[in-house]
Design a binder for this molecule. Structure first.
Ligand code: NBP
Length: 477
């Protein structure tokens, strides 16, 4: 038998992806460095579809029909290069290697370039949705050549998540590293969403004085409105869970130090390189990092500050509604920043990414899936050259309506001494963008003073320098 697709790397992600292809009627060749994993997969799930178990790389490649479609699901980094080096010599022009791991897009660009010389398509593909997504339908973000999408796209469409309107959550994002870049920003946005939800929770707990169970109910209510999303839904589940051992709310027995695997950090690092202000995503990454500094936190516990005092019942209810407004407005800002980064990456690398299509494929399968993404798609459909999501009329109107509450929430957070860096960064971004004048003018003056870095004037073209150490006359630079 010849297989239409092959998967090598059969840990949780690869195994589930292979099963997903098989359950959708494809014959799937399976291979893993350690062959016991391959045998286990076939023994346990062989009844789900047609698998061809391959012990060696040669057998694996021989089992694939041409053009060969070979999916790699191994640990990102050196293991990916090792696998490519093992398989590439066995492939022929027109074949394709699909890397579904969480590769850095710069690595994907390099691999694509190297394999292109051999006539092999390298399709760096972002896959979101964790192990459940891999099995039941992930959101899939393939990069690589347009040509490679023809024989590959229909298969990905089949195994992908479907949005509520039935559209498959996959699109050819753009050439070379575009898919992994978009997956990276997806994860950055995911960090920001989680941070904002965390701040909303903490404020409801400390300022409104609500219990985790009560906050879970609030999140359930929010999930029926414009915040309807997977992350809000699971937040309610986590908050209402009670620890069996102690009878306490689960959230109170978990160590409050958040971990990270790195894609959120990459989003910020690349944003710095591209000069894109993704302050909300950056605060989310920093907040996780701060939480992990146990000794520093311990040493700081005695620092002065207000102790939050809970509001009375009526005030608390008003406050809870305000928090919903603050959360929604901040969410608009973090998506605005994330899409700005995608647009900047697209311009820098010549990817020509369709931002509306990206928001459409995030509607299902992935962690940030949400009703909200339909609105983003509508915004880009209405105006593909939208300079910023904040320029969309609907979003602008919603933020206008939310802003008084957003500000009040931050006033309360500040007065009561509850850190809300995500909400604050989002509002600062909003206010800075709409400001008539920014203190950047002063910054330019300082730079010219100490370093003769020159400045531009509002009333004349050209660059200028003031002779600060002399008579302070102005010279054209
Ligand atoms: P892991 O990231 O834990 O990788 C384990 C797999 O890599 C095993 O099949 C292992 O083979 C193989 N491998 C390693 Br490690 N080094 C190798 C080498 N030098 N040569 C050949 N194979 C090698 O698996 P995972 O959690 O299933 O994730 C797979 C990819 O998917 C990763 O890039 C991950 O970032 C990405 N991803 C994961 C998730 C998620 O929710 N877990 C979501 C989205 C994307 P062995 O069995 O012989 O040790």
């Amino acid at each position: 038998t010849s297989a239409q697709i092959g998967v090598t790397g059969l840990a949780v992600m690869g195994r589930n992806l292979a099963r997903n292809f098989a359950r959708n009627g494809y014959t799937v060749a399976v291979h893993n460095r350690t062959a016991t994993r391959t045998r286990e997969l076939v023994a346990e799930f062989g009844h789900e579809g047609d698998f061809v178990a391959a012990e060696t790389a040669k057998e694996f490649v021989a089992a694939l029909e041409r053009p060969r479609r070979l999916v790699i699901m191994v640990k990102a980094g050196d293991p990916t290069d090792a696998v490519i080096q093992e398989f590439a010599p066995l492939l022929e022009p027109g074949d394709m290697i699909i890397d579904g791991g969480n590769a850095h897009f710069a690595d994907t660009r390099r691999r694509e370039r190297e394999l292109r010389e051999q006539g092999i398509h390298f399709v760096g593909t972002g896959i979101s949705g964790g192990e459940e997504g891999a099995l039941h339908g992930p959101s899939i973000m393939p990069g690589g050549s347009k040509e490679s999408y023809e024989p590959l796209g229909p298969m990905l469409e089949k195994i992908s998540a479907k949005a509520q309107d039935g559209a498959p959550c996959v699109t050819h994002v753009g050439p070379d590293g575009a898919g992994h870049f978009v997956k990276m920003v997806h994860n950055g946005i995911e960090y920001a969403d989680m941070q904002l939800i965390g701040e909303a929770y903490q404020l409801l707990r400390d300022v409104a004085g609500y219990s985790p169970a009560r906050i879970a109910d609030i999140f359930r209510t929010w999930n029926t409105g414009r915040l309807d999303s997977y992350l809000i839904e699971i937040t309610a589940e986590v908050l209402s869970h009670v620890d069996a051992a102690t009878g306490k709310p689960f959230v109170d027995v978990v160590v409050d130090q958040a971990e990270q695997k790195g894609t959120g950090r990459w989003t910020v690092q690349i944003a710095l390189d591209l000069g894109v202000p993704v302050s909300g995503i950056a605060e989310a990454v920093f907040a996780r990092s701060l939480s992990g500094h146990a000794a520093l936190r311990e040493a700081s516990r005695g620092l002065a500050g207000p102790k939050p005092a809970a509001l009375d019942e009526a005030e608390a209810a008003v406050f809870a509604d305000r928090v919903e407004q603050a959360l929604y407005a901040s969410k608009i800002v973090s998506y605005t920043q994330g899409f700005h980064e995608i647009a900047a990456g697209s311009a820098e690398y010549g990817w020509d990414i369709d931002l509306g299509a990206v928001s459409a494929i995030w509607r299902g399968g992935c962690i940030i899936r949400a009703a909200f993404l339909d609105r983003i798609r509508a915004a880009y459909d209405a105006r593909p050259d939208l300079p910023s999501l904040l320029s969309d009329e609907t979003f602008a109107r919603e933020i206008a309506a939310a802003q008084d509450d957003w500000r009040e929430v931050l006033v309360a957070a500040t007065r009561q001494g509850v850190a809300a860096p995500g909400f604050a960064a989002a509002l600062a971004y909003y206010d800075a963008l709409r400001a008539e004048r920014l203190p950047a003018a002063l910054t330019q003056g300082q730079r010219d003073f100490f370093g003769a870095h020159t400045y531009r004037r509002v009333d004349r073209d050209g660059s200028f320098h003031t002779l600060w150490g002399g008579d302070r006359s102005e010279a054209s630079a």
